[in-house]
Ligand binder design. Structure first.
Ligand SMILES: [Zn+2]
Length: 62
């Protein structure tokens, strides 16, 4: 069970998406609008910078 790391709310919106080779889970807190990503497989935290870097990399490869 995950909660918002910012305000501890459990009222979250989750969206699974694919960025390049990686399955990631986007989460957004409905209470404080905090947003974050984790890896879908290993649940590691992914920074926004990392997400944007992957998007840029995969777009540039095509
Ligand atoms: Zn929150």
């Amino acid at each position: 069970m995950s909660a918002c790391p910012n305000c501890r709310s459990r009222d979250l919106t989750r969206v699974d998406m694919r960025i390049g080779e990686d399955e990631v889970r986007f989460s957004r807190c409905r209470d404080c609008e905090h947003r974050w990503w984790v890896g879908a497989q290993d649940a590691r935290r992914i920074s926004l910078t990392d997400v944007l870097a992957r998007v840029t990399t995969s777009a540039g490869a095509r």
